[in-house]
Design a protein around this ligand. Structure first.
Ligand code: SAH
Length: 204
């Protein structure tokens, strides 16, 4: 993880969580030799696993502690959720593509990650039965932060979300819920696949 240190990731808990997750277990076999390069990799169904540096920045920005309950939108390969699982109490993660979710679930089982709870569904609606969440990590870009997710954030809670359209520049935002509203900070320019409403139909 020297690469991440040289990129300015200094949080030792985040670095060691990243070191504990074998990224090659989350990439398709054909990209396994590139698993430790700082690259975005395709994971099937037109979706991508973010570069390690982006995952590290997003995880760091969440300011997690061991009591945090975290909602992730966009399980994808499961890599980001696996990193989060080493830094918080429980990760609730939602994916709209069932085949991706099934593979991610197999990886969580194989790695013995017992504090990750999964659901196939539309993450833009959040997970009302288990809300509120201390932290929300959205790993697909919305045109704006979905209201249902903002509502499911605890007071004092933090959401990290990329915002912007498919072909526009996107910004990674950190949104803190305060007693009276929300404070938003821009963290960096990013490029994510879009947040798409509804669960994916077979073959979509
Ligand atoms: N966190 C993932 C990155 C996946 S890419 C990883 O570590 O691999 C973004 C994912 O968000 C895709 O798998 C996409 O299918 C999913 N997604 C997009 N819109 C969604 C929605 N409304 N609800 C749930 N998942 C969604």
């Amino acid at each position: 993880m020297l690469l991440l240190r040289s990129h300015g990731i200094t949080n030792t808990k985040v670095l060691s969580a990243m070191e504990r997750v074998p990224r090659e277990s989350f990439t398709p076999a054909t990209f396994r030799d590139q698993a430790y390069e700082d690259l975005t990799l395709p994971i099937g169904l037109g979706q991508t696993l973010s570069a390690p540096y982006v995952v590290a920045r997003m995880v760091e920005a969440l300011e997690l502690d061991e009591r945090s309950r975290v909602l992730e939108i966009g399980t994808g390969s499961g890599y980001h959720a696996a990193v989060l699982s080493h830094l918080c109490r429980r990760v609730y993660t939602i994916e709209r593509h069932r085949p991706l979710l099934a593979e991610a679930e197999r990886r969580f089982r194989d790695l013995g990650l017992s504090n990750v709870t999964t659901r196939a569904g539309d993450g833009m609606k959040g997970w009302p039965e288990t809300a509120p969440f201390d932290r929300i990590s959205v790993t697909a870009a919305g045109l704006e932060p979905p209201d249902s997710l903002l509502e499911q954030l605890s007071p004092g809670g933090i959401m990290v979300i990329p915002v912007g359209g498919r072909d526009e520049s996107q910004q990674l935002l950190r949104i803190r819920r305060t007693e009276t509203g929300f404070d938003t900070e821009k963290l960096m320019d990013v490029r994510f696949v879009p947040l798409v409403p509804g669960i994916a139909a077979h073959g979509e």
